[in-house]
Design a protein around this ligand. Structure first.
Ligand code: AMP
Ligand code: ZN
Length: 466
């Protein structure tokens, strides 16, 4: 039974989708102003494992992950670079998908961009202005948190003392807002600024939080199953998403909220000034493999902090190499026919361990332990020559099941061995000799499918790999 720790309820809860087997999931995506760092990828790889395990459990998944392609930082950086924002963000969008693919993260079903959903954001803001949850001040539009009684329900921060009520202005010298915690939905943009959109309430650009409310509700409906992101987004970003969405619809926004803890480097927060800031690309350039980075990211459950060190990454490289070597040895072993019931039962138990680890709020570290236990068991059995053909099939099947979620073994190489190829070529020659052209064509096609090209020469048949 799948359970998640829901930040909203503060409890470990049994997962029950709103609509039978359909699961609707929203994960806050990257801000595409630079290359994503390995901390960001910890969160996105957690998102990938979440999506893969939901599919593993047989759910039909719709997963939305936005791209934040407009915010103050992007506007400033684009200005510095003398570019319009789309031109500035394009290479980072491309790099993000490249890195994400390399890390073995599946792409979400829908990846909307903020700049393509301004109309939806404007609609929500209009609704909030109409029903008194938002107000205008000096050309910008703010969310009035005093109008939303549940404000703070996600982050469990008590705002009672801070909320002065809709009528009383606080700190008027410093803020053009009614309350210091009110936040911008729409920021006034002057006519001469290049990045701006026209709305019934004036030209401007959206605040960051409204982007996610608009894109989540557009693709997943007003109420959906799971909303996830890094722990730093809990407040204010996710608290504000709830206030905006529920303020507009008066319905529950997301049922379950999941937050992944941060990645630290050698015990410290990653920062450029400390010189411990690494993008995925930095690590690849240092010669590390994407699979080892993925393994390291999965080695600690998502809700615990992960301490990144080069020592553990070196360890992950070794582990990945050992796991792959194990699978190759098992595939290439020459077991005797039959079945070893004891080994079959043990292997099935390790699969059950894997599932109960993942069911327990996606405990990837326990799930990896189940995999290592299976490998240890089978290695011993191989040494004692007690692995039979049917056991091998079962174990390879179980490894594939593990890997459909973990994705650390890499592609199975289905390359044909030279001897196999030559045998088929001989068979083809014989078929031709017997004028069995159907068979000879069949063999040629089979080889072509495996990337083997044949060339008929006067000295016989030559072949090469494409
Ligand atoms: P951003 O591109 O800044 O919007 O962040 C993308 C995602 O990465 C968000 O879900 C953040 O919470 C997450 N994130 C940022 N820094 C870290 C970190 N050091 N460890 C884990 N996740 C992080
Ligand atoms: Zn978001």
């Amino acid at each position: 039974m799948l359970k998640f720790h829901n930040t909203l309820s503060g409890q470990l809860e049994e997962f029950q989708p709103l609509n039978n087997k359909d699961v609707r999931l929203y994960i806050c995506g990257p801000t595409v102003w630079s290359y994503a760092h390995i901390g960001n990828f910890r969160t996105f790889t957690f998102g990938d494992v979440l999506r893969r395990y939901l599919k593993y459990k047989g759910y039909n998944l719709t997963h939305v992950m936005n791209l934040t392609d407009v915010d103050d930082r992007i506007i400033n950086e684009a200005k510095k670079a003398g570019k319009v924002i789309d031109e500035f963000t394009a290479p980072f969008v491309e790099a993000f998908w490249e890195d994400s693919d390399a890390l073995g993260n599946e792409r979400p079903e829908i990846a909307p961009r903020a700049t393509e959903h301004i109309a939806e954001m404007i609609q929500i803001i209009e609704k909030l202005l109409e029903n008194g949850h938002a107000y205008e001040s000096e050309g910008s539009i703010y969310y009035r948190i005093s109008a939303f009684a549940d404000y703070g329900k996600l982050s469990k921060i008590n705002f009672q003392g801070n909320i002065s009520g809709a009528s009383g202005r606080v700190d008027t010298d410093k803020y053009d807002k009614e309350n210091a915690n009110d936040f911008a939905l729409w920021k006034l943009v002057n006519e001469n600024e290049p990045t701006g959109w026209d709305a019934s309430f004036g030209r401007g650009r959206p605040g960051w939080h409204i982007e996610c409310s608009a894109m989540a509700m557009k693709y997943l409906g007003e109420t959906f199953d799971i909303h996830a992101g890094g722990v730093d987004l809990k407040f204010p970003h996710h608290e504000n998403e709830i206030a905006q969405s529920e303020g507009a619809t008066a319905k529950l926004f997301a049922k379950i909220w999941l937050h992944s803890e941060h990645l630290k480097v050698e015990g410290e927060t990653m920062s450029k000034s400390l010189g411990n800031y690494y993008t995925f690309r930095d690590l690849i350039e240092k010669g590390y493999t994407a699979s080892a980075i993925r393994y390291l990211l999965l080695s600690v459950p998502y809700h615990k902090q992960l301490n990144f060190t080069f020592e553990t990454l070196d360890g992950a490289e070794n582990t990945i190499a050992r796991l792959r070597d194990f699978r190759n040895r098992l595939s290439e072993a020459n077991p005797k026919d039959g079945i070893n019931p004891d080994l079959q039962e043990k292997a099935k138990n390790y699969l059950a361990d894997f599932e109960s680890a993942m069911d327990d709020n996606l405990n990837t570290s326990q799930a990896l332990a189940a995999l290592h236990n299976l490998v240890r068991e089978v290695n011993t059995a191989l040494a004692h020559e007690i692995v039979c053909t049917e056991d091998r099939s079962l174990i390879l099947y179980i490894i594939d099941k593990f890997d459909s979620v973990l994705n650390i073994f890499g592609e199975v190489k289905e390359e044909m061995l030279d001897a196999e190829i030559e045998k088929l070529i001989e068979e083809r020659q014989e078929a031709r000799h017997n004028r069995d052209f159907a068979r000879s064509d069949e063999i040629r096609d089979l080889l072509a499918e495996k990337g083997i090209v044949l060339e008929d020469t006067k000295n016989g048949v030559r072949w090469k790999r494409k």
